[in-house]
Design a protein around this ligand. Structure first.
Ligand SMILES: [Ca+2]
Ligand SMILES: [Ca+2]
Length: 366
């Protein structure tokens, strides 16, 4: 399908830029994430049940790269939620997976590739991080290396509704946070000395940012030094945040605020909170699926634009930073229930739908 952009009210004329979606693979089972090791042309797709699949030279390989379905409790918001390849994967072969275990608790484990580059060594498993989950939902689940070489881990508020345990604002717990750990030092990791709450009484040193409800995807812009966090709303507002990646200790507001509104009250005190650069209501969707700042070559005119979607909306939208969320566009697609976006090693973007299809964003041929 090919679609020209329509202008969102307040945005400029999108002009002649057009986008198309190209089917890369079909038949995947709940594809939740797509990534690749640095410089590696293969695509690694996470299936919710507990498999990592490889797409190589345009073909979906039959044998999974990793199959930990026997360790994973999957369904609803649970499952194998992401994989991250170490920046030095080409030499050390390390990959990190985030999943809910058979008890429904969050685990971050490290594996190593085997002598076959298309198969991970399941026996190499090493536990890195554990977080008990009080409820089935809001498990966060993205693990990602930042431009600083640190490993960032997103955890939701633990679940239920309204954050009944108050985890989002509690800096003494890992839930409702973005964590930052050093997996190249310590065992199983070291806490970076420049994390914002190192040495602060009652706070966990792993915390980089807090006040998150269920960050369903965050991303570092490959250029420009910004960190984008999409946080799923309770029942009214979905949000995208953007802040300098080097600034720790930001409070993204949950459960004082839901998106750009006070949560549960008509008034609240937003001082000290980092408010979203963009929010939308449930007339437009139900659960944000955050994406990436485009830095690929297929559609040069869209470099620097952040792309995102929504589980119910099925659309693909974008904006770029510039005095807020500038140049907002709706690309007009209907991609079904969008589970995640993905980015390959060259910076090209992908959309993963619950219909089992992986789409690549390309320029519409003239
Ligand atoms: Ca949970
Ligand atoms: Ca927020």
């Amino acid at each position: 399908m090919a679609c020209a952009a329509s202008s969102v009210p307040g945005g400029p004329d999108p002009g002649s830029v057009t986008l198309d979606t190209q089917v890369v693979a079909t038949g995947l089972s709940n594809p939740l994430y797509l990534t690749a090791p640095p410089g590696d042309p293969r695509l690694f797709v996470v299936e919710q049940a507990g498999r990592v699949r490889i797409i190589a030279n345009g073909a979906l390989l039959t044998t999974p790269f990793l199959d930990i379905t026997d360790r994973v409790l999957a369904g609803g918001e649970r499952g194998l939620l992401s994989v991250a390849f170490h920046p030095n994967y080409a030499t050390n072969g390390y990959l990190f997976v985030d999943y809910t275990d058979l008890s429904g608790d969050t685990r971050l484990d490290r594996f190593r590739v085997s002598t076959d580059p298309n198969v991970a060594d399941k026996a190499s498993a090493k536990a890195i991080l554990f977080a008990e989950q009080p409820y089935a939902n809001h498990n966060g689940g993205l693990v990602l290396f930042g431009p600083d070489g640190m490993l960032y881990v997103a955890l939701g508020d633990g679940g239920s509704g309204g954050d009944p345990q108050g985890n989002g604002q509690d800096r003494g717990v890992l839930l409702g946070k973005l964590l930052r750990v050093d997996v190249d030092n310590g065992d199983p990791y070291a806490i970076p000395a420049d994390n914002p709450y190192v040495g602060v009484s009652g706070a966990r040193g792993e915390i980089w940012a807090y006040g998150l409800r269920n960050p369903w995807r965050f991303a570092f812009d490959r250029e420009g030094g910004m960190l984008y966090i999409a946080d799923v709303g309770q029942s009214r507002r979905e949000e995208v945040n953007a802040a300098p990646a080097a600034t720790g200790g930001l409070n993204y507001g949950w459960n004082v605020m839901e998106g750009d509104e006070c949560y549960g009250t008509s008034t609240c005190d937003p001082s000290g909170l980092t408010l979203p650069v963009l929010a939308y209501g449930h007339a437009d969707g139900c659960s944000i699926t955050g994406g990436y700042v485009y830095r690929g070559q297929a559609v040069p005119a869209l470099q620097g634009h952040y792309f995102y979607s929504d589980y119910c909306g099925g659309w693909l939208r974008s904006f770029r930073l510039g005095g807020g969320a500038a140049d907002q566009r709706d690309w007009g697609f209907d991609l079904g229930n969008v589970l995640s976006l993905g980015e390959d090693s060259a910076g090209e973007l992908y959309v993963l739908s619950a219909n089992g299809t992986v789409y690549r964003l390309v320029d519409r041929a003239p």
